[in-house]
Design a protein around this ligand. Structure first.
Ligand code: AGP
Length: 609
């Protein structure tokens, strides 16, 4: 999951490419590089480390050219070094390639290329592409790229320039997202729209198998048989402000702090108070289709999988349908049982996570109906699903997902309300009650965010902890998992989330005076059970931090610190309980001096398997 950018036009490309890479750095940030074509000269500049380092190097020694491609990397093949950084070139250093994805038969290609005399100098899979294009026959760069890709197995979003073809960029897509930006007398390439929003809002999303040919004079899209493909020009809804820090020290804190607004935006225009129902036109689910559903399978990864676990409680309660929640990476390789009436819900913030995309495709091939719950408009999962719900949470830049999690839960509640009423298994009164509770959520999130100073105090107390345990029951168990994931991701402290009752079956052995234990314990129908689990931890010297419902004074003797969040419907309590856990992870990571928005070894959208 790297970021690629390209430009061809009248302006000097380097500053535009560097600006674009900065915006894509959340996709991968272990090395960066660019290639520029000026006349018949190709110049490549790259280094290990951040885009800022590359920008400094180019400020020191300018690089000229009005056509160029650039890359910020998340290493899959070959360590993150200058040598392995993109762009990669051919033997003659006439062709340069930047690539997002994995060439699965790279080893075989490398052996064949070296046998035929090519000298490959890096440990990467991508370098084979530059040499394949060098080898390929064809009367144009695009013809040679098409011929080269004929040998390639795997995924790619790539861009190619050549000193023999000044002004031209050839772009290809299979499996990894890439789009074109249409400017006035200039054209852009990017992994996502945030890289080019400063220059244009008009974008063309490429489909798998597309090859685009860009010159300052214009562009066209063809397939591997060189047949012209017609692709729509879309308008990107959000603006630059949405992808700026807006005065916050980190995108993660900005995105945590804007959750009242993002929850409101997920709800906007979707609550039908009188009917006690939800309007979700994008689902394309007719009443007949709703009635025909017999089971729901949720496929997702990471934080989205945790939202799926909350969704199981919501959909089973509101729609009275059995729900399975599957790790997409496991589900895609399981035997697909085509059971009639299966609705598969693919949950993904980015809409590009390879495992979730492939799980969705596998389910579809097995005859299931597939809908998406996605944040990024125009993303692959959104375009391939038969219908879906956009979160409208705005761009999420921080690698650790926060606002998408709360909006995913709200969207799942809307889906539950919709199906429950459509299937006539949820009464009008219950529907109206839930619609009101949902409408109250933004204000309750604002109240919950006011806990930040308290959370910061507790963060100072536990900044030195080496391990954490997060516990919850029922709908709060996934929140415990999410709290643990947030802490792991950005502070690198080992943390585990567990169903509170499971503790006695093993993890309780971990409890001692050095083990902070965070309980997610809203006052719901399993609250008393959780209190018993707290007593078991307390009895073994564990240090308890609890998230519970406002007005609950009971936990004073048991927990050292208690975060009280406003009361809401039990199924919606995860939206509020998640906030102090997001803040706790954030403040501990900041106090430990971690790079909160660019945590080590991670990337925002995992577009490779
Ligand atoms: C969460 O903070 C992580 N960034 C990661 O687990 C993420 O949730 C996962 O990669 C799924 O991403 P998606 O929602 O974009 O599919």
């Amino acid at each position: 999951m790297c970021g690629i950018v390209g430009y061809t036009g009248q302006r000097q490309a380097a500053p535009l490419l560097l600006e674009g890479l900065q915006r894509l750095e959340y996709r991968g940030y272990d090395s960066a590089g660019l290639a520029l074509v000026e006349g018949d000269r190709l110049e490549v500049r790259k280094l290990a480390g951040r885009v800022a380092g590359l920008a400094t190097a180019i400020r020191r020694q300018a690089a000229a050219g009005t056509t160029g491609i650039a890359h910020t990397r998340w290493a899959t093949h070959g360590a993150p070094t200058e040598r392995n950084a993109h762009p990669h070139v051919d033997c003659g250093r006439q062709i340069a390639v930047v690539h997002n994805g994995i060439i699965e038969n790279a080893e075989a290609l490398r052996a064949a290329l070296e046998q035929s005399g090519h000298h490959l100098t890096t440990d990467t899979d991508t370098e084979t592409l530059a040499h394949l294009i060098e080898d390929a026959a064809g009367d144009s760069l695009e013809a040679r790229v098409i011929a080269a890709l004929d040998h390639v197995e795997g995924t790619y979003g790539l861009a190619v320039v050549s000193a023999d073809d000044p002004g031209k960029i050839v772009v290809a897509r299979r499996g990894s997202p890439v789009l074109l930006g249409i400017g006035d007398g200039e054209l852009f390439v990017a992994s996502d729209a945030s890289a080019i929003l400063e220059y244009t809002r008009s974008v063309v999303y490429l489909d798998d198998g597309d090859i685009a040919v860009l010159t300052p004079a214009g562009y066209h899209v063809i397939d591997s048989q060189s047949h012209v493909q017609v692709r729509a020009v879309d308008d990107v809804a959000w603006d630059l402000e949405a992808i700026a820090l807006g005065g916050y020290p980190h995108f993660m804190l900005k995105e945590i702090s804007e959750q009242a607004e993002t929850v409101r935006s997920t709800l906007r225009g979707r609550l039908l108070f009188e009917q006690g129902a939800a309007r979700l036109n994008g689902l394309n689910l007719t009443p007949e289709a709703c009635a025909a559903i017999r089971r729901i399978v949720i496929v997702a990864c990471g934080t989205s999988w945790h939202a799926g676990l909350v969704g199981r409680h919501i959909l089973e309660t509101l729609a009275r349908l059995p729900v399975e929640v599957e790790y997409a990476s496991e589900y895609r390789y399981r035997t697909q049982l085509s059971l009639p009436g299966t609705l598969v819900v693919a949950i993904s913030q980015s809409g590009e996570t390879a495992d979730t995309l492939e799980a969705m495709r596998a389910a579809r091939a097995a005859g299931a109906r597939v809908i998406g719950l996605v944040n990024v408009v125009g993303s692959t999962i959104a375009r391939e699903a038969e219908g879906g719900i956009y979160l409208h949470a705005g761009p999420e830049i921080g690698v650790a997902s926060t606002k998408a999690f709360t909006s995913q839960i709200v969207a799942l509640a809307l889906l539950g309300l919709f199906l429950g009423r459509q299937r006539d298994v949820l009464s009008l009164e219950a529907g109206q009650e839930l619609a009101c509770r949902l409408a109250q959520l933004p204000a309750l999130v604002t109240q919950t965010l006011a806990l930040e100073p308290e959370v910061q105090r507790v963060a100072r107390e536990f900044v030195g902890a080496r391990n954490f345990l997060y516990l919850g029951r029922g709908v709060s168990f996934p929140v415990a998992l999410e709290g643990a994931l947030k802490l792991k991701e950005i502070s690198y402290i080992h943390a585990e989330g567990y169903p509170a009752a499971e503790m006695k079956h093993g993890p309780i052995a971990l409890i001692d005076a050095d083990m902070p234990v965070v309980f997610v314990a809203p006052r719901d129908d399993v609250y008393q059970k959780v209190v018993s689990n707290m007593q078991e931890v307390k009895a073994r010297g564990g240090r308890i931090v609890a998230v519970t419902t406002e007005g609950n004074g009971e936990l004073r003797g048991l927990a050292e610190h208690v975060f009280r969040v406003p009361a809401t419907a039990p199924l919606l309590s995860p939206v509020l309980a998640a906030v102090p856990l997001q803040l706790l992870a954030y403040h501990i990571a900041v106090l430990r001096g971690c790079d909160v928005d660019r945590p080590r070894n991670l990337a925002k959208s995992v577009t490779v398997e």
